[in-house]
Design a protein around this ligand. Structure first.
Ligand code: 2AM
Ligand code: CA
Ligand code: CA
Ligand code: CA
Length: 253
């Protein structure tokens, strides 16, 4: 199938899911802890992951699915087509703020990113990228992102990395005009693409960065681990997404 048709189909699923999510915000959430007290999951995370999995299984029955909440497949290799789902990115914000969260989906073929979607539901802002069609913010094409240094802008750093000064990030942060902590990887990557932030640093799982990887590759933005390993979508890694000029300055410790 050509990417244009897949993009329209996936956009339809995302908008349908977002209506469910908005409706669920009016109801009490069931919240459970995962690894620690700030790592939470709700019934909505699970229901939305199940929603996307059904759509994919109905339309692409031979494909593998990697989903954060574990309702998909045990994906051990990225052969053929693999879908990556983060049903609610920024679950803590979803629970505490009812905003600043997004839903994310990516499509890879033989390990190569083809399509990536980051949808911030409450602002109705869909950032999507296609290897064939380019990158769009809703209907507007993004041709290039200004290659600005940290000194001229903002950096978004994961709370734990910043507070514990992992990788010397407090020193790096001092070079920026200010630090932001949005609590949502998808929105953080979107801010870099919009040119509002020059960098985003966090520990992330494959579903947290799979769509951004497609979009950043299309735009020539930099997305790499902080210790120089390539992003292979198999494990949790410390990551920096940034303008190329910022990436050049990051020396790995
Ligand atoms: P999530 O809400 O989908 O879990 C919060 O700083 C950002 O980091 C969110 O995008 C969150 O995604 C992601 N994240 C990755 N691993 C996390 C973890 N163990 N605990 C909380 N957030 C995590
Ligand atoms: Ca989570
Ligand atoms: Ca996430
Ligand atoms: Ca999630």
């Amino acid at each position: 199938m050509v990417q244009r048709e897949m993009v329209e189909e996936i956009k339809g699923w995302i908008y349908e899911a977002s209506e469910v999510i908005k409706a669920k915000l009016a109801m009490p959430l069931e919240v459970a802890e995962k690894e620690n007290r700030s790592d939470l999951v709700t019934n909505v995370d699970q229901e939305i992951e199940a929603f996307f999995i059904k759509k994919i299984r109905d339309n692409y029955p031979n494909d593998q699915i990697l989903g954060e909440e574990g309702l998909g497949d045990q994906v051990t290799d990225f052969k053929n087509r693999v879908w990556v789902i983060d049903p609610i990115d920024g679950t803590l914000n979803f629970i505490k703020q009812q905003e600043n969260f997004c839903t994310m989906l990516a499509v890879y073929e033989d390990g190569v990113g083809q399509l990536g979607f980051i949808y911030e539901i409450m602002t109705d802002e869909l950032l999507w990228g296609s290897k064939e069609l380019g990158v769009y913010l809703n209907e507007k094409e993004i041709i290039e992102v200004p290659n600005k240094p940290l000194e001229e802008g903002l950096i978004n750093i994961n709370t734990s990395i910043f507070l514990n000064n992992h990788f010397g990030m407090q020193e790096l942060a001092m070079e920026a005009l200010a630090v932001r902590m949005l609590g949502c990887a998808g929105i953080a990557f979107k801010e870099v693409v919009k040119g509002h932030h020059q960098a985003y640093v966090s520990y992330l799982q494959p579903w947290d960065y799979a769509p951004a990887k497609v979009i950043f590759e299309c735009l020539g933005l930099s997305l790499q681990t902080l210790n120089g390993e390539s992003l292979d979508l198999t494990k949790k890694v410390p990551i920096i997404g940034s303008t190329p000029i910022v990436a050049e300055k990051i020396t790995v410790k």
